[in-house]
Structures are given as structure tokens and as C-alpha cells.
Design a protein around this ligand. Structure first.
Ligand SMILES: Nc1ncnc2c1ncn2[C@@H]1O[C@H](COP(=O)(O)OP(=O)(O)O)[C@@H](O)[C@H]1O
Ligand SMILES: [Mg+2]
Length: 263
């Protein structure tokens, strides 16, 4: 079953995962609406990659269920894999090949009818046409990340996972990747991205969930999350808290579950 741009693209229920004695996910619940951008925000080590690996069938949860594009991640792993892409999965972007050759290679592997045309369309879409003939070894970090995302889109997966898509990029390249992500959602792709950058979640996401101590401690629109904190009164002027202030307030005080709250 392929979801169109309405309905639930990802449903996560009670997901738990420990590494030996280290509990990382202790019961994670959330939904992602089809065609939306969902940001999973959490500090380093919060369990973001663990959750993305579970949702992309690379890792089995200890408990709980998750469906992606209507398929359960453990019972229907093959169907899930056909519905998703995960950036970074082609860590073996071939440095010796050109960007175009990399794209043609993946298009062939994914049985596309016209691999060369697929490659050219993606180069154009990701503003890599000029660089397309150059070896990837000569690309900047932002160009590589765009190529990586372009490669992951071959075959038009309805759901895409981006695990820290802009970590390590300079501000200009980060904005480039943001534009790419916005474009994906605009054409109906569901995007789940993880980030440590509050500004990234603020810029991109329709909904933001904060992962802390193995659970989602807040989940809502930016406006919902802002509603969790009373506006700080400064003289007679009301000041709205920034996402950074909300994040710090939620992650530095004892855990309380705000995930059910609505503003
Ligand atoms: N394969 C593994 N074996 C043991 N511990 C792991 C493994 N992978 C991750 N961890 C630990 O699990 C926790 C969550 O890791 P991770 O999901 O990578 O977090 P994040 O992506 O949010 O930084 C961290 O404490 C990390 O050290
Ligand atoms: Mg990670």
C-alpha cells in the first residue's frame, strides 16, 4: 500500500531498544503525517540514529511496533525497504566516479528504465549539472550531501529518512540542503529528519519531537512547543521563548511527559 499525501506515513508505538545493559529507547510513540517534515530533535547520544535504524529495518526493536508507508518494520521489512530511502546508505559514493556516473550506477541497480535520463534529471534538480562530469573527490561537503540525497531519491521512495543531514556542513551548504528538503516535502515525500540543531527543526519541520531519556518528551508544532512555556514577561513586552529556550528548559529539568499536551 502506498500512501498518498494524506494519512499517516509513519506510526511508532512503544518502541524499546537496549544495547546490552544500556536502555536507549524506553517506549517511543509518535506519528508522522504523509507529505510532512518531522524533526526528531535530541542531544548527541539520545538515540536518534538507533530509532532511524529501527524504522529503516536495519535494527530490530526489543519491543513495540512501527509501520512505515503501511508496512510493519519487522514483519514486512522487505516492503518497508522498498518504500524508503536513508541517506548515508551509499557511504560508498565512489570518489573516482563522477556525480553523474554515481547516479547512473544506482539507477541501474534500482532497475530504472532510463538510468541516464534519471541521472540528468536529478543533477538538474540538485543544481549539480555543471559538476556532474567531475569526480566526486573534487566536490565540496554540500555538493556531496546533495548528491547523497539525490542518489537516495532514485526510484521515488515515498518516505525518506535523513539522519543529521547537515551535520558538519558550513552554513551556506546547510541552507542548500534545507532547500532540497523543503522541495521534497513540497512534492509529497514524507521526510523524517534527525537533528541536533534547533534552528534546523525550527526552519524545516511541520512537527518537532524531542527525544530525551529514551522517550518523546514533547511533540508538536513550533507553536505548540512555544505554548509549553509561559512567555517571559519583560517589563510590559511579552517575549516568546525561542525553541532553544524551550529545549533547554525541557532537557535540564526532571523528565515530564508533554507529548500528549496540545496548546
Ligand atoms: N551498536 C551499539 N552498541 C552499543 N551501544 C550503542 C550502539 N549504538 C549506539 N549505542 C549507544 O546508544 C546511545 C544512543 O546512540 P545513537 O542512537 O547513536 O544516538 P544519537 O544518534 O542520538 O546520537 C549512545 O549512548 C550510544 O553510545
Ligand atoms: Mg546519530
Amino acid at each position: 500500500m502506498t500512501m498518498t499525501a494524506t494519512g499517516t506515513a509513519i506510526a511508532v508505538r512503544g518502541i524499546e531498544k537496549s544495547y546490552k545493559d544500556l536502555p536507549v529507547l524506553r517506549g517511543v510513540d509518535f506519528d508522522v503525517e504523509a507529505g510532512s517534515i518531522f524533526a526528531l530533535l535530541g542531544a548527541n547520544g539520545a538515540g536518534k540514529t538507533t530509532l532511524v535504524r529501527i524504522l529503516s529495518t536495519l535494527l530490530r526493536p526489543d519491543a513495540g511496533t512501527a509501520t512505515v508507508d503501511g508496512h510493519e518494520v519487522t514483519a514486512e521489512a522487505r516492503q518497508v525497504r522498498e518504500s524508503i530511502s536513508l541517506t548515508g546508505q551509499f557511504a560508498a559514493v565512489d570518489e573516482i566516479l563522477s556525480g553523474r556516473e554515481n547516479l547512473v550506477l544506482v539507477a541501474r541497480l534500482r532497475h530504472q528504465d532510463a538510468p541516464e535520463a534519471v541521472a540528468d534529471a536529478l543533477l538538474n534538480r540538485f543544481r549539480l549539472t555543471e559538476a556532474g562530469g567531475r569526480k566526486v573527490g573534487t566536490y565540496s561537503g554540500g555538493m556531496r550531501r546533495r548528491l547523497d540525497i539525490a542518489m537516495s531519491l532514485i526510484g521515488d521512495p515515498p518516505v525518506i529518512f535523513l539522519d543529521e543531514p547537515t551535520t558538519g556542513l558550513d552554513p551556506e551548504a546547510r541552507i542548500d540542503v534545507w532547500e532540497v528538503v523543503k522541495g521534497l516535502a513540497a512534492q509529497g515525500t514524507t521526510v523524517l529528519l534527525t537533528t541536533q540543531y534547533l534552528e534546523e527543526a525550527e526552519q524545516l519541520a511541520d512537527r518537532i519531537a524531542i527525544l530525551r531519556d529514551g522517550r518523546i518528551i514533547a511533540n508538536g508544532t513550533l507553536a505548540d512547543l512555544k505554548g509549553l512555556l509561559p512567555p517571559a514577561k519583560v517589563e510590559y513586552v511579552e517575549k516568546q521563548p525561542t525553541l532553544e529556550e524551550i529545549f533547554l528548559a525541557l532537557t535540564t529539568r526532571p523528565t515530564t511527559d508533554h507529548s500528549e499536551e496540545q496548546s
